[in-house]
Every structure is written in C-alpha cells, then in structure tokens.
Write a protein that binds this ligand. Sequence first.
Ligand code: PCA
Length: 324
Amino acid sequence: MKKKFAFAGIAAAAAIATSAAAENWDMPMAYADSNFHSQNGKKFAEAVGICTGGELTITVHAGGSLFKGNEIKRAVQTGQAKIGERLLSAHANENPLYGIDSVPFLATSYAASESLWNAAKDAMAEAMDAEGLVLLYSAPWPPQGIYFNQPINSVADMDGIKFRAYNVATSKLAELAGMLPVQIEAADLTQALATGVASAFVSSGSTGYDRKVWEHLSHFYDTQAWLPRNYVFANKKAFEALDDNKRNCLKSASILAQIAATARSEQLAGWYLTELAANGMSVQPPSEQLAADLAEIGQVMAAEWSDSAGEAGMAIVDSFKMSQ
Ligand code: PCA
C-alpha cells in the first residue's frame, strides 16, 4: 500500500514537471483560414505538438486575426508572438534581399523558384538572424497574374487605374504602368474591391479564389511574373531558450512543412485558374503587346533591384542564373 502511494506521488510530480515545461506559442498568419499556406501551417503546428509529446504546442491564428499581415514580423521580433508567417517581400524597404522573390520575370516557374530559394536561403536566414528572427520554412504562392474589371491589352490601357499592391515591387509595377497603387492586405482585399478603393491587382489564382474576386472583377491575365514566398520564422530568443528536443522538432517539422506547402501550391495552381473561369472570369494569357510592355517594366525593376541589393544580392542572382 505504502509502495503504491509512493509511486503515485512520483507520477504526480512527473506530471507537474511536464506541465511546467510545456509551452504554447501563438502563430499569427495573414491569409484566409482555408488557404493552403494556413492549412499547411496548422499541420506544421500539429507535427510539432506530436513530436514534442505536447511539450510545445502551437496555435495558429489565420486571416490576420491575432496580428494583421503588416504587424506580424514586428510582433515576432518583439516576442509578442513567438512564431509567425509573413510575405517577407512586403519588408523589402527594410532589406532589399527580402524582395528577391518578387523581381518580375526573374524566376517564373516552381523549379526556378526553388533554385532561387536555394541560392538565397543562407543570406536570407542571416539577414533574419540579425533582426532577432530564426527562419524556419518558406513556401511559394502560385505564379502572379493581373486582375482587372475590363479587358486590358497593353500597359497604355492601365492608365489611372487604382491598383491594390501587397509589397514594394507591386507598388513600383503599378507606378511604372501609370496606375495608382494602394497598399492593402489580402484580408482587406474584398472590401477594397467592393468599395472601389482598388479595381485591379496582381496576385495568384489562389488569392483571387480565396477572396471570390469574380464578384467584382472580370479579367485575369496569366502573366506568370514571379512566385512570391511566405516565410515562417520564430523569435530568436524564444527559439534559443527551448531545449534541444523542441528545437529539433521545430526544425524537422519545418522541413516537412516546406516540402508539403510547395507541392500543394503547385498542385493547386491550375485548379485555382479553372475555378476563376468556372465563376465567370475571362482567364487568358497576356496579349503580345501586354507581355512585351510588362517585360520592359520588369527589366527596369530588375535593374533597380540589383542597384539596391548591391554585390550580395547580385551574387545570389548570379548563382541562381548559373543553376538554370
Ligand atoms: N497572394 C498574396 C501574396 C501573393 C499572392 O499570391 C496577396 O495577394 O496578398
């Protein structure tokens, strides 16, 4: 009897020790709960929970519900959230390297996006480390096309259109095309289109589908201009305070999450465009004139990006180009 009691005592002490060490991290994400990035983030969180035996649990808050897209990086840097996901190209004004995935027509396929990632990832992780962030994984959006509420056959047709931008590059593209850019998070896109704050934007079929843009816009031009990436990162102090087991679980779940989200993105890319068409949108490649006009704008933007990113940026682009 006495023995049994002692054993129960040890078990209870162990249970207390377990719960004292257990941690929960909130994970703000900016895009729709149903979006493949968000769904993948939830599976990543589940994998971390399983791997750590519940000692590190991650709660995903999608749709900008905990922090809005443009607040997430700062929130993780300051430790208000220990982990989060952000479209880093939206912070290219802080470091041009963050905009490497949004240089028009530099990497326009999944294979090229993967090569660019391989060329850039070490420098990216280093830049993030200097900001108190640990890069965990990254996955591409489907190729970017342009949405309008009328047929557009050349850049001249875009004059004066109010254009929703999601990062520095998309603002620049709008300006060079004679449009009027306004920065809006994907979560606020439907509202912006409904109220006329914007009547065009560049994005993937994925975001057009998530936001049901066929309710407001009629044309999608499949320009396949670039594949911007979302990045998942942790607060460095919080990451380093974890024991080895938890850190290893985060790292291994990240490897799986990156592979899974990339595969899902590619799998869904064509399906999204089919859905846009099924909901009444005209989905087509750009006319020759439009493609040529956009290529010209792309060249201006690529040159500007190289200037701003300096030697380090160019070294990455060179090593990417060598791999092609
Ligand atoms: N969707 C996001 C970023 C790129 C994309 O395809 C957006 O439009 O905000």
